[in-house]
Design a protein around this ligand. Structure first.
Ligand SMILES: NC(=O)C1=CN([C@@H]2O[C@H](COP(=O)(O)OP(=O)(O)OC[C@H]3O[C@@H](n4cnc5c(N)ncnc54)[C@H](O)[C@@H]3O)[C@@H](O)[C@H]2O)C=CC1
Ligand SMILES: Cc1cc2nc3c(=O)[nH]c(=O)nc-3n(C[C@H](O)[C@H](O)[C@H](O)COP(=O)(O)O)c2cc1C
Length: 173
């Protein structure tokens, strides 16, 4: 029988090459509060449970924005549409925080975190716990408010480039 996957220690490069094949939604994750406004682009976002509504976000601990999320204790996950590709690159690193936010319109969510106007979906959250794993902090977040979800095209990142998918409308309650 053929082996399903490589065994033994996996290099960072091998791991990233395999992960590059995994399509992911693109999000701009924002925060505001005593430590000030901050935000970064993240594909490492995942739904955990709907009771209580909880998602997780993985943030590199040595990034310029990581500390602000710890200190503010709140965040908003803004899931991007295809027209937000430039915004994704701005929030993807090496751009001063004020320049990142100046490129779009924002409103303040229930938690105080900036909500992107025109996001495909938005999840306003308080950070309920943080677990450090290797280079990243995993932020577990309780969702306080949701927005968007009316269904149109979504931005995805796969094969080290952006692409577009049809996003389905949220069921009406
Ligand atoms: N989870 C993360 O922290 C991610 C970080 N990035 C950042 O964007 C840069 C460019 O990414 P790509 O063009 O996709 O090429 P890449 O070869 O650096 O990454 C390929 C894939 O590996 C994963 N990955 C990359 N860096 C990672 C990290 N530090 N920790 C965990 N998973 C990681 C992601 O799924 C990414 O799409 C990366 O070098 C990284 O700085 C991108 C995607 C996810
Ligand atoms: C498409 C894309 C996805 C990314 N996903 C993540 C992620 O899930 N977690 C993370 O910590 N950084 C991720 N990054 C990198 C951060 O956005 C970047 O490190 C952050 O903006 C901080 O950069 P700075 O330290 O230069 O300010 C991603 C970047 C891009 C372009």
């Amino acid at each position: 029988m053929d082996k399903a996957a490589d065994a033994g220690p996996i290099s960072k490069e091998r791991y990233r090459d395999a992960m590059a094949a995994v399509a992911a939604a693109v999000n701009v994750v924002t925060t505001d509060g005593p430590a000030g406004r901050a935000g970064f682009t993240a594909t490492a976002v995942c739904s955990v449970t709907d009771a209580p509504p909880t998602l997780l976000v993985c943030v590199k601990r040595d990034s310029s924005v990581g500390e602000a999320f710890h200190a503010n204790g709140v965040l908003c996950v803004n899931t991007l549409a295809p027209e937000h590709e430039t915004l994704s690159n701005l929030f993807g690193g090496r751009t001063p925080v004020e320049e990142r936010f100046a490129a779009a319109d924002w409103i303040i969510g229930p938690s105080g975190a900036p909500v992107l106007k025109g996001a495909l979906a938005s999840f306003d959250c308080k950070i309920s716990s943080i677990v450090d794993v290797g280079t990243h902090a995993v932020l577990f977040c309780e969702v306080l408010g949701v927005g968007g979800g009316e269904g149109r095209e979504g931005l995805i990142y796969v094969g080290r480039r952006y692409d577009t998918v049809t996003a389905f409308a949220m069921a009406a309650e």
